[in-house]
Design a protein around this ligand. Sequence first.
Ligand code: PEP
Ligand code: MN
Length: 362
Amino acid sequence: MEPTLNEYEIQPLEDWLKPKCRPLIISGPCSAESREQILATAAQLHKTGLVSAFRSGIWKPRSRPSGFEGHGEIALKWLAEVKEKYGFPLAVEVATPKHVEACLKAGIDILWVGARTSVNPFSIQELADALRGVDVPVMVKNPLNPDLSLWMGVIERFYMNGINKLAAVHRGFNTYEKTRYRNEPLWDIPVKLKSNFPQLPVLCDPSHIAGKRSLLHEVIQQALLLDADGFMIESHHNPLVALTDAAQQVTPGDLEKLVKQLKIPIKSDENPCKEMEILRNRVDELDKMLINTLSQRMNVVDDMAHIKKECEMTVLQIKRWKTIMETRTAYGVEKGLSKEFLESLLDLIHKESIKIQSKIIS
Ligand code: PEP
Ligand code: MN
C-alpha cells in the first residue's frame, strides 16, 4: 500500500541546506542576466551573511515570446563561479528533463519547479522520471491556480520516484479577483498543506506574492506568523534595470534591512508556558460547547424537516433565511465578531441544514 502523506519520510531541511540564520533565506536574482550581474549580486549577498543558498532562473517562462527568456546553459558557468567564490549552494528552476540533465551536469545543488510547470502533471511526471535514482533536493512551487491537491500531487510524484529532500514554496495564486498583491497569498492553502503534510518544509516566496518591494515586509511577516520554514526572495544588485520582475527585486542591502525589521516568532512547541496551557484548556471547553450547540441545532432542523414534509413545504425558505442572516450577523457584530466571518459561518450552517432536510423530505 502507498504510504499516506503524513507517513512520507521527508528529510529535514537542515540536513540538506545549512541555515545561515533563522528564518532560512534563499536569495538571488529572478534571472541570470549577465556574468557581472550574477557575481555582483552574489558578492553583496555574501556580505550580508544571511543567505543559505543562491537562486537564479536561467530558463525563464515568459507569457510572450518577445520577453527575455534567459541565457540558458551559458549561465550555469556564471553560477559555478558564484559557488566557487562564495561557497553558496545553487538553486535553479527546471521545467524539462533537458534542464534537469544540464543542471545535474553543472553541479546545481537544488532544483525547483516553477508555478507554470506545477500545473501540468505530464511535465511533472517527466521531471520526476528524469530524477529517478538521483539524490538532489527539489523545491516545489505552488501551481498558478489555487488547487491544493494539484500542489500535493507534484510532491507525491517526486517522492514516489525516490526524491525525499523536498520543500514546498508558496508563491501565491492567480485568482479572478485582483487585490494589491501580484499573486493572492490565500494563506489557508499553505496552512492546509502543512496540516496534511506536517514534515514537509514550507518556504514562502514573498517576491512573487507581493509583486512590489513595498509589500514584501508584510508578506514575510505574515508567513512567519504562519510558521514558514524560510524564504526564497529575489534580489538584484541593481533592481531598477532588472530584465525580469524589476518591481519586486530588492538589493542585498535592502534585504538585510528587511530581515532586521522582522519580528521572528518562536515555533510553538519550543515555548510551552503555563498561561498558554490554561487558555488552550479554555478553548477546548468552548469548542465542545460550540459543537454541542451545533448538534442541538441540527436536531431541531431535523424535527423541522418532518413538519415541512407533512405540510408539503419547500426546504428552502428564502425569507426566513434572509431574516436569520440579518439578525444573526447583527447580533454577532455586536459581540465583536466580523461580518465576513459570520456570513461564511452562517452560510455553512445553512448548507448543512438544507442537506439534512432534503434527505429527510425526499
Ligand atoms: C521565479 O522564481 O523567478 C519564477 C519564475 O517563479 P514562479 O514560478 O513562482 O512564477
Ligand atoms: Mn521572478
